[in-house]
Design a protein around this ligand. Structure first.
Ligand code: ADP
Length: 502
């Protein structure tokens, strides 16, 4: 069995910090890499050693496998943790790391490659009785043939990039007349984003919920699942709010989907932490979407409900240790919510709104976890993903996790940029979300008018109005100004419009 002494984290921001924290607890030294835009970044200061790997653009720094390998060799690194994004699903990089005699903390290059292609993944699991969305099993090239297939599947259909990720390269086609144009767009989007223009067709499931299962495998042939995460609140097919467990899975369905996920993992001899994504339709039929062969952004909600540290588990597995628990040992305790706090303007189509964090004060208290990589006064670089933080709350049940999330959002003070915080509060207060009756169409259905974020009086204003009404009604003659002042003062943290002052 190996015993790592030094790990290089080939990533930046919150995930680099998150990985380093676990390494530190395990007595493992850490090496950070950074671009010229990240000289002052927290992950750089946190690491035992840090090396600049190039200019700001990712392809000149965080994606420079050759430079990163060089750093590994020079600093005597035992293992590389890739985080998510960047090189985390790059099979060639994983292979190069292993060839250099260094451990890649993740699955084998073969598993990464197989699951990196949605089509290859579907083919790989074909013998495991995994339900799939009806569609083509191969890349389509002939438009006329594709049109016929789409018609036989039935519109609406979805054209998807086989190499796709992050919601890119996906086009919904409502009718045959739009097919050709949408296919051209999908192919060109896929080619420019992923260097692979292969696209295929899937039936477009009307109102699905996105349910994914966390799996964990060791090098001794053990694979377990760590239950589900629901990630149905999405914009542009990308997740914004996640939770565990899902409000709608029965223990039977959970066990069934869990078994399927374990089988998907078995199909590619999976090692380490991975995620098997499914869509769940209105009739609770589920369909395999894809497998992500890395740590997922939303992994903290699973950590909260299982009590496991997924990064430590990844490291232990990479050292060759067998899992210290079996499926029967795992249970769900409580409920966790995660809001991705993006530097985006929810009132302007969730477009990035980068700038300087003029004010940045994190929420605190029981059941609140903030995974971030920024401090007050720092700038959000334009070069990378605009996620500022992951705000995670944990309660004894779903209602408590939601209430804590609202409280934490109210406490979170960010000025200088727009964020998804007010949107998060909108969702948490929405009846459809609170009742659990929602799906991936939530934004389309309930957030048609984003100005509700600006127009809706928040609770504190309602209180203030009530106080003032009482004053005018003559009920609170003398205390009125003081009461009004104190309400205004305490509302400082929750009024996001104040937070917007730049
Ligand atoms: P990516 O790899 O780009 O994230 P996924 O296949 O994981 O793409 O899908 C992302 C999201 O797109 C899903 O969570 C879901 O909201 C939507 N989606 C994907 N496939 C379908 C489908 N066949 N029908 C309806 N929605 C879909």
């Amino acid at each position: 069995m190996k015993q790592f002494k030094k790990i290089l984290v080939a990533n930046r921001g919150e995930i680099a910090l998150r990985v380093m924290r676990s390494a530190k607890e395990m007595g493992i030294k850490t090496v950070a890499i950074y671009s010229e835009a990240d000289r002052q970044a927290l992950h750089v200061r946190y690491a035992d050693e840090a090396v600049c790997v190039g200019p700001a653009p990712s392809n000149q720094s965080y994606l420079r496998a050759d430079v990163i390998l060089e750093v590994c060799k020079n600093l005597g690194v035992d293992a590389v943790h890739p985080g998510y994004g960047f090189l985390s699903e790059n099979a060639t990089f994983a292979k190069q790391v292993e060839e250099a005699g260094i451990t890649f903390i993740g699955p084998s290059p073969e598993a990464i490659e197989l699951m990196g292609s949605k089509l290859a993944a579907k083919a790989a699991v074909a013998n495991y009785n995994i339900p799939m969305v009806p569609g083509t099993e191969y890349a389509i090239t002939d438009v006329e043939e594709a049109k016929k297939l789409a018609t036989s599947i039935g519109f609406p259909i979805l054209i998807k990039a086989s190499a796709g990720g992050g919601g890119k390269g996906m086009r919904v086609v409502d009718q045959v007349s739009e097919f050709e144009e949408q296919m051209q767009v999908a192919v060109s989007e896929a080619t420019s984003a992923f260097g692979d223009g292969s696209v295929f067709i899937e039936k477009y499931i009307g109102s699905p919920r996105h349910i994914e299962i966390q799996v964990l495998g060791d090098t001794h042939g053990n694979i377990v699942h760590l239950f589900e995460r629901e990630c149905s609140i999405q914009r542009r097919h990308q997740k914004v709010i996640e939770e565990a467990p899902s409000a709608v899975l029965t223990p039977e369905l959970r066990a069934e989907m869990g078994l399927c996920a374990v089988n998907v993992a078995k199909a590619c001899n999976y090692i380490g932490a991975g995620t098997v994504e499914f869509l769940l339709d209105e009739n609770k039929n589920f369909y395999f979407l894809e497998m992500n062969t890395r740590l997922q952004v939303e992994h903290p909600v699973t950590e909260q409900i299982t009590g496991l540290d997924l990064v430590k588990e990844q490291i232990k597995v990479a050292q060759g240790e067998p899992l210290s628990f079996s499926q029967e040992d795992l249970t769900i305790t409580g409920h966790a919510m995660e809001l991705r706090v993006y530097a985006e303007d929810p009132t302007n189509n969730f477009l990035p709104d980068i700038g300087t964090l003029t004010t940045y004060k994190r929420p605190q208290g029981l059941g609140v976890r903030v995974d971030d990589g920024f401090e007050e006064g720092m700038e959000i670089p334009i070069y990378y993903d605009p996620m500022i933080a992951k705000l995670v709350t944990y309660g004894k049940d779903r209602a408590e996790a939601i209430d804590k999330m609202i409280r934490a959002i109210d406490e979170y003070q960010i000025t200088g940029i727009e964020t998804t915080l007010p949107f998060g509060k909108f969702v948490m207060q929405h009846e459809a979300f609170r009742s659990g009756d929602f799906d991936t169409k939530f934004i389309e259905r309930y957030f048609k008018d984003p100005t509700v974020l600006k127009g809706a009086p928040n609770k504190d204003e309602e209180e203030l109005a009530a106080v003032l009404a009482a004053v005018f009604a003559g009920k609170k003659k003398t205390t009125a100004p003081a009461a009004a002042t104190s309400v205004a003062a305490t509302s400082g943290m929750s009024d996001w419009r104040k937070n917007r002052l730049k």
